[in-house]
Design a protein around this ligand. Structure first.
Ligand SMILES: [Fe+2]
Length: 239
């Protein structure tokens, strides 16, 4: 161990002591994680139990989708950003700072996928579906003509997204609502004129265990009984 390493080690120890003392140091050591790799980005908790969306989305799908895919994006982003100026920055800032930059594509993809998935889980609810709250219902009627027309537009966006991607309900600056689709990790978060209200994940990993190739049935089931209109209404209120 040279002098520089010793200095770094002492610095880490000082930080850990400030952050939680000996218990934190013991926990990090027990986990086998390098002391220098304390994760800057973490996986947000699911807003419900893993089996709460069944049978529309099974506990097995959630375990894989949340526990493996979503967690995987978090792990990869930490690997990509540790020791860089992006480490520890707010996720939205990382996404906006790297969007549209080919050299930063891996960071953008993983950061955006973390954000998109967190937004997706909150776009669903065990007791979803039904009628939207009044202010959202009025915006939907004004923008689409009816709730059914809104669902049709969301379904079309979800089904015409070729390959992996997302379908979104968004509001523009005039609070006009529309359904849009994005490929891969792309997100309306990077569009200054758009506020995302809710999203549907149409990557195959979101539905293949439960619905196999039947993306249309998955989307229909979500819109009937799992879509979280209250979450969309909260986002519209902030738009
Ligand atoms: Fe996904």
């Amino acid at each position: 161990m040279n002098e520089t390493t010793t200095s770094q080690e002492l610095s880490r120890r000082t930080f850990l002591a400030a952050a939680g003392g000996a218990a934190a140091l013991t926990a990090v050591r027990a986990s086998g994680v390098s002391l220098s790799a304390a994760p800057a980005f973490t996986l947000p908790a699911l807003p419900y139990a893993q089996d709460a969306l069944a049978p529309t989305i099974s506990a097995q799908t959630v375990a894989l989708h949340y526990g493996k895919h979503h967690q995987g994006y978090v792990n990869t982003l930490n690997k990509l950003t540790t020791g860089t100026p992006l480490s520890g920055k707010p996720l939205e800032e990382v996404i906006r700072a790297t969007a549209g930059q080919p050299a930063q594509a891996a960071v953008f993809n993983n950061a955006a996928q973390i954000w998109n998935h967190t937004f997706y889980w909150r776009s669903l609810a065990p007791q979803g579906g039904g009628e939207p709250p009044r202010a959202l219902a009025e915006a939907i009627t004004k923008s689409f003509g009816s709730l059914e027309a809104c669902k049709t537009a969301l379904t079309e966006a979800a089904l015409t997204q070729f390959g992996s991607g997302w379908a979104w309900l968004v509001a523009d600056k005039a609070r006009h609502l529309k359904a849009v689709k994005t490929p891969n990790a792309e997100t309306p978060l990077t569009s200054p004129d758009l506020t995302p209200l809710l999203t549907l994940d149409v990557w195959e990993h979101a539905y293949y265990v439960d619905w196999q190739n039947r993306r249309a049935d998955y989307v229909k089931a979500l819109l009937e009984s799992r879509i979280n209109w209250a979450f969309a209404a909260e986002n519209l209120a902030k738009a």
